[in-house]
Design a protein around this ligand. Structure first.
Ligand code: 9W1
Length: 491
């Protein structure tokens, strides 16, 4: 439990005294988030989110703070929790709770998030974003919950759906991505809720106009709900905007991979051999970053198209078995399981570095390594472990095989998050204003809005876009103002 949890009624964070530090970070991040700042300028007079009550669940970081205050600047009321037990920056949470006294953040926003929560605390914080009784009392209104949801990973949207199903049937939907422990936590939470108000979620859910979802994982779960006719409101899939997934995967990792390697090991990368498993967007950004340091990069792929891309980008493409003895830095970016096994590790060079930037922690079989007879583990510093093998050689495993750019570095930079979060703002406006036209289902933003997000980031980089002449627009059959690509175009 946090030692300095303040005012559990109104908010729940680590330490409100971190607010000054957090406000400095937010102020600097704003300069790197031109998309969000120009959306504030564009919409502050019209207040398109006036009346919106947004319950959000997304890592409570400095960048998310700029997103939250953008919603407030556009007229919304907001309550917030993190989507992950580790991904809160406590100083950002504090600054949001306090507010800045400026027109943008006149008063604080209730946040329920701190770094290092238990799963029970995490779920209870999600639940707190759905309780709008304090706001209702202050406004003399009769709502009980939010009317908009913003989610990263799908837990908040699922909690609302599970709540309704549980109140009606006493059952929970089985969730592949939840452990048994998480099922138990959610069941306990919903049992307590039902005991105090058997209609609580059946009151909250119908008031929800729409939602937006940030991630591939969340979108996947929502599509399953929709396929079973269980989805209760329109959701906008932010992940599949080109200005989201094509940017945050590639440029986010390009920024943070080398940062993580350096913070963890400070070993020279130039001149060494780096191996990148997977040449999707994350693998592409990883390979580019390592090459930028002067490493000789080898890529592995199972997909012939991505393998050909890697080859034409100038990388050696090989199977891990054929090069494992020569590699200094291993990076997994496949999203698959057992890509690097204890058998591979046994053949590695002394002090080879192993890091995973794929989603889950089973890409490198660290559990299998730890369980191998004769292998011992020496902790070097937080999230850097040396595994000494019976051969006498060692390997260094970063972040316990979990997402290394978040453990050993600090995630995506503000500019990249600005592109993702500008999509979130447009998605919330779209869902709030046009829910009836959208209808229940999982939708993406129109290409014109996707292009708008990109446009909002050009001036900050000194980009001067070329405009179609009337003749050229006619020749290619495109509107001068876009959209310029069909939905099939892949960028
Ligand atoms: N998201 N603001 C860790 C990052 C956790 C994290 C997570 C990001 C951001 C991948 C989004 C140790 C920030 C976030 C700092 C940090 C993400 C989860 C961001 C990169 C994704 C579940 N997802 N992201 N900045 N942890 O960087 O919101 O430092």
């Amino acid at each position: 439990m946090p030692t300095n949890l303040l005012n559990e009624q109104a908010f729940k964070i680590r330490d409100v005294n971190l607010a000054t530090e957090g406000r400095h970070h937010i102020r600097l991040a704003q300069a790197e988030m031109p998309g969000l700042m120009s959306l504030r300028e564009e919409h502050k007079a019209a207040q398109p989110l006036k009346g919106a009550r947004i319950a959000g669940s997304l890592s409570m970081t400095v960048q998310t703070a700029v997103l939250i205050e953008t919603f407030v600047a556009l007229g919304a009321e907001v309550r917030w929790a993190s989507c992950n037990i580790f991904s809160t920056q406590d100083e950002a949470a504090a600054a949001i709770v306090v507010g800045s006294g400026t027109p943008e953040a006149p008063k604080g926003v209730p946040v329920f998030a701190w770094k290092g929560q238990t799963s029970e605390e995490y779920w209870s914080c999600l639940e707190r974003t759905l309780d709008w009784s304090a706001e209702a009392a202050a406004e003399g209104a009769d709502f009980t919950g939010p009317n908009m949801l913003l989610d990263d990973g799908g837990d908040l949207i699922f909690l609302v759906h599970q709540g309704v199903i549980f109140e009606q049937s006493g059952q929970l939907l089985q969730q592949q991505s939840w452990t048994n422990h998480e099922h138990e936590i959610v069941r306990n939470l919903l049992e307590a809720s039902k005991a105090s108000d058997p209609k609580r979620f059946q009151t909250i859910a119908p008031a929800i106009i729409g939602a937006s979802e940030e991630t591939t994982t969340g979108v996947q779960r929502l599509r399953e709900l929709a396929a079973e006719d269980q989805l209760l409101f329109p959701v906008i899939n932010v992940n599949d905007s080109a200005t989201k997934s094509k940017f945050d995967n590639k440029y986010g990792i390009r920024h943070s991979l080398v940062d993580g390697l350096n913070r963890a090991t400070d070993m020279l990368i130039g001149g060494k051999v780096a191996f990148v498993a997977g040449y999707g967007d994350v693998g592409k950004g990883s390979a580019e970053a390592l090459r930028g340091q002067g490493a000789r990069v080898i890529v592995s792929e199972i997909d012939p198209i991505c393998a050909l891309q890697a080859a034409l980008d100038g990388y050696q493409v090989a199977q891990i078995e054929d090069v494992v003895e020569t590699v200094d830095f291993f990076v997994t970016a496949t999203g698959n399981v057992n890509v690097i096994t204890p058998a591979h590790i046994a053949k590695m060079k002394n002090l080879a570095v192993l890091s995973n930037v794929g989603h889950f922690d089973n890409e490198i079989d660290v559990l299998g390594l730890a369980a191998t007879p004769g292998v011992t583990k020496v902790n070097i510093r937080p999230l850097v472990d040396e595994y000494v093998m019976p051969s006498g050689r060692s390997v260094l495993v970063l972040s316990e095989g979990r997402v290394m750019n978040l453990g050993n570095a600090t995630g995506h930079p503000s500019f990249v998050m600005s592109a993702s979060f500008s999509n979130q703002v447009l998605a919330q406006i779209e869902a709030y204003q046009n829910a009836a036209d959208l209808g229940i289902g999982v939708h993406t933003l129109s290409r014109i809005l996707d292009e708008k997000v990109a446009r909002l980031h050009l001036a900050a980089l000194g980009v001067k876009l070329t405009e179609l002449t009337t003749e050229q627009a006619k020749y290619v059959g495109l509107p001068k103002e876009g959209p310029y690509k069909s939905d099939l175009y892949r960028y």
